[in-house]
Ligand binder design. Structure first.
Ligand SMILES: *Cc1c(COP(=O)(O)O)cnc(C)c1O
Length: 376
């Protein structure tokens, strides 16, 4: 097959500032409310909580610190264990480790790559305090089955929803299924504040505890009176200004990703022999933070070679996450988590953001097919 002519560079992720971002950030600069006080913090928190359908939202300086605050506010302590999918971004596991507790890994279900509910009970011990679910790449985890297990064993659930803002499960948006949930607004996430994060919950005590710990442990009613050793995990008003403007356009951001996914599904439908496209369960909507495909039978070497060839054709991609248990901080002998280990080798995230056009998708699909046929 002849190589399609060179296309402009298509990044794997790209923020889109098409609303009030500049206006609100300019207001911060003009009014000098640039640090972690100002109107945008309160407004972004209130609107974000309302969007997620929960009572409280606590903004943070990134998604990892939101997860750390969640673990601290739940009282996680040395000796405790938390069930965590091995197929996740390392922040999920690290938040547990920061508290001196131990993440206990569980493999993925083959369809969605989310934590496999059927494997959770075998990982529960007398030390287990909770289950951290991660809605990987934007597809909600199997919350019915996971909630039933948590209830049966008296465990809490925390949703690491960093990748799934706007995704729904049984008609309800993610963020309200556990004791609390966390989000990230890193530059490549569905909405961004540059760096930033959010903890959401219906639990007033948990929200107050997270606020206290976020602000150095300073009493919320009495300035410079510190009741505990806390952290400086505060978001700035400038970041919240960006966040509020991004949230105002959330429907536009999400709708584009739905269209994009349907373009990819169509363009890749002829490649079913080689490419597995993302599954969307009938009771779920996928937020398509990343449209992630699997290359049947690929290895780290052939997958990485394919990604390099795509890059040479101006298509940026990213590999699936490495499972936690193959890396130095959390190393375990391989073999125990076959689904995650396979996905780590054959998974590729294709460009997924608001500037990818249908024509771009056709170019990406054609290029993929050309490279696959060349490799055969
Ligand atoms: C992005 C992300 C986070 C948080 O990342 P930050 O860069 O700290 O905002 C946490 N968990 C998952 C699964 C993520 O994808």
């Amino acid at each position: 097959m002849k190589a399609p002519s060179k296309h402009r560079f298509i990044p794997v992720a790209h923020p889109v500032f098409a609303g009030n971002e500049k206006k609100y950030v300019t207001e911060c600069i003009d009014t000098l409310w640039i640090s972690s006080a100002g109107r945008f913090i309160a407004e972004f928190e209130a609107d974000f909580a309302a969007y997620c359908g929960v009572k409280y939202a606590v903004s943070t300086n990134n998604g990892t610190t939101a997860l750390h605050l969640a673990m601290l506010a739940l009282g996680l302590a040395p000796g405790d264990e938390v069930i965590v999918p091995t197929m996740t971004y390392i922040a999920s596991a690290n938040a547990v480790t920061y508290c001196g507790a131990t993440p206990v890994f569980v493999d993925s279900e083959p369809e969605t790559l989310n934590i496999d509910p059927q494997l959770i009970e075998a990982a529960i011990t007398p030390k287990t305090k909770g289950i951290m679910v991660v809605h990987l790449y934007g597809h909600p985890a199997a919350m019915d089955a996971i909630s039933a297990i948590a209830e049966k064993h008296g465990l809490w659930i925390v949703e690491d929803a960093a990748e799934a803002l706007g995704a729904t499960y049984d008609g309800t948006r993610v963020g309200g299924f556990g004791r609390c949930a966390t989000f990230s607004f890193f530059g490549n996430k569905t909405i961004t504040t540059g760096e930033g994060g959010m903890l959401v919950t219906d639990d007033a005590t948990l929200a107050a505890r997270a606020r206290l710990l976020r602000g150095q442990g300073m009493d919320l009613e009495r300035r410079y009176w510190f009741t505990t050793v806390g952290y400086n995990y505060r978001m700035t008003n400038i970041e919240a200004a960006l966040g509020l403007a991004q949230l105002e356009n959330i429907d536009v951001h999400l709708e584009h990703r739905q269209k994009l996914a349907s373009w990819y599904d169509r363009a890749l439908s002829d490649c079913a022999d080689t490419i597995v496209t993302p599954v969307v369960r009938t009771n779920a909507t996928h937020s398509f933070w990343m449209y992630t495909i699997q290359m049947k039978g690929y290895t780290y070497e052939t997958r990485d070679a394919l990604m390099s060839s795509l890059r040479a054709e101006n298509i940026e991609t990213r590999p699936a996450f490495y499972p936690m248990h193959v890396m130095p901080p959390y190393y375990e002998a391989s073999g125990a988590y076959p689904v995650a280990e396979r996905f780590a080798k054959d998974g590729i995230c294709l460009p997924t953001h608001g500037l990818v056009t249908e024509e771009d998708v056709d170019y990406i699909a054609k290029t993929l097919m050309m490279l696959i046929s060349r490799a055969l």
